[in-house]
Design a protein around this ligand. Structure first.
Ligand code: SF4
Length: 312
């Protein structure tokens, strides 16, 4: 049993190569780092199983573009890892044979990244023409193949925040039960390099994010969540905050080509995000991770509003 009865989640990065080129990508400056080899990934899957991983999340870049992707998933399943999942841009699944091959590997669930409700918004952010059409065809193929465990995530930036209610409609129409609306991370990569074009004020983005969560609740999806947000902007949906949820449920390790982090949740809270002097006395202080350090450096902390009493 792991400490606190939590599940051990190991995030296995295959490398940073990707067939999209998302403007905000945290890995934008890492594309040229070497990909892990197949033997290395198979060894790491075995190490994860030996460590008692309950969940193995395989990610890139875009892990599904590797010819060995299904092989690595299949190995992890045969090693007995209960849940093997993958965050993906979904494009590979537009090829029904590829989709069939990946499903045959035993993958348990997929997380599709949807950054717009249509090609105009999505493809402008992925900078990959046709990526939205492929993602949508991928969802259709998976449905036709009887695969139901598809979740979603959306990175929230200036260029798509006003589209979040329509993105929520897209998820509802596809019956996606778990969705994360992720406030963009400007500490590294594309959003740091192009901060002014991409990073919205939290006070502008939060109302759209809350509207998307509310649309999900109305449709019966109460597991949709917001990630990387200061809680004072989400007082009416504190049960739908990813970090609060994951702190209670998971121990998370990141195994990347260029770093290993044995406590990804703790170090994000300690280093990547900050609360400020304005937060003193806030009733949500203990639960809240504040906001990204780079955000504070650029926009300051005037939007942080201490909460007097914890909402019921
Ligand atoms: S005032 Fe600070 S501690 Fe309170 S919710 Fe906002 S960011 Fe978090």
């Amino acid at each position: 049993m792991k400490p606190g009865g939590k599940k051990l989640k190991i995030v296995l990065f295959t490398g940073y190569a990707c067939n999209n080129n998302c403007a905000f990508c945290i890995d934008a400056d890492k594309r040229d780092l070497p990909q892990k080899s197949t033997p290395q990934l198979l060894r790491e899957a075995a190490r994860a199983a030996a460590a008692g991983a309950d969940i193995l999340e395989i990610i890139g870049g875009e892990a599904t573009i590797r010819p060995d992707f299904a092989r690595v998933v299949g190995a992890a399943k045969r090693l007995g890892i209960p849940e093997v999942i993958c965050a993906t841009n979904g494009r590979i699944f537009s090829d029904k044979e590829a989709a069939r091959r990946i499903l045959a590997s035993g993958i348990d669930s997929l997380v599709f990244s949807v950054h717009g409700p249509d090609p105009r918004v999505h493809d402008a952010l992925t900078r990959a023409p046709g990526s939205f059409a492929q993602l949508r065809r991928g969802l259709r193929n998976l449905r036709e193949l009887g695969f139901k465990s598809v979740n979603g995530n959306t990175t929230v930036v200036k260029r798509n925040m006003a589209s979040l209610p329509r993105i929520a409609e897209f998820y509802i129409a596809h019956g996606v039960p778990n969705v994360e609306y992720i406030f963009v991370d400007p500490n590294y990569g594309g959003a740091k390099n192009d901060f002014d074009a991409l990073v919205p004020r939290i006070s502008r983005a939060a109302p759209y994010m809350r509207r998307a969560l509310a649309a999900g609740r109305r449709a019966g999806f109460d597991q949709w969540k917001a990630r990387y947000v200061p809680l004072c902007h989400f007082k009416d949906c504190l049960k739908q905050i990813s970090e609060t949820n994951e702190r209670g449920l998971f121990l998370t390790e990141h195994w990347a080509p260029d770093f290993t982090n044995k406590d990804a949740i703790g170090s994000r809270a300690a280093v990547g995000r900050r609360k400020t002097a304005r937060c003193r006395g806030c009733a949500l202080y203990g639960d809240c991770e504040g906001i990204w350090t780079e955000y504070l450096a650029r926009y300051g902390d005037a939007e942080l509003k201490p909460v007097r009493r914890r909402p019921a």
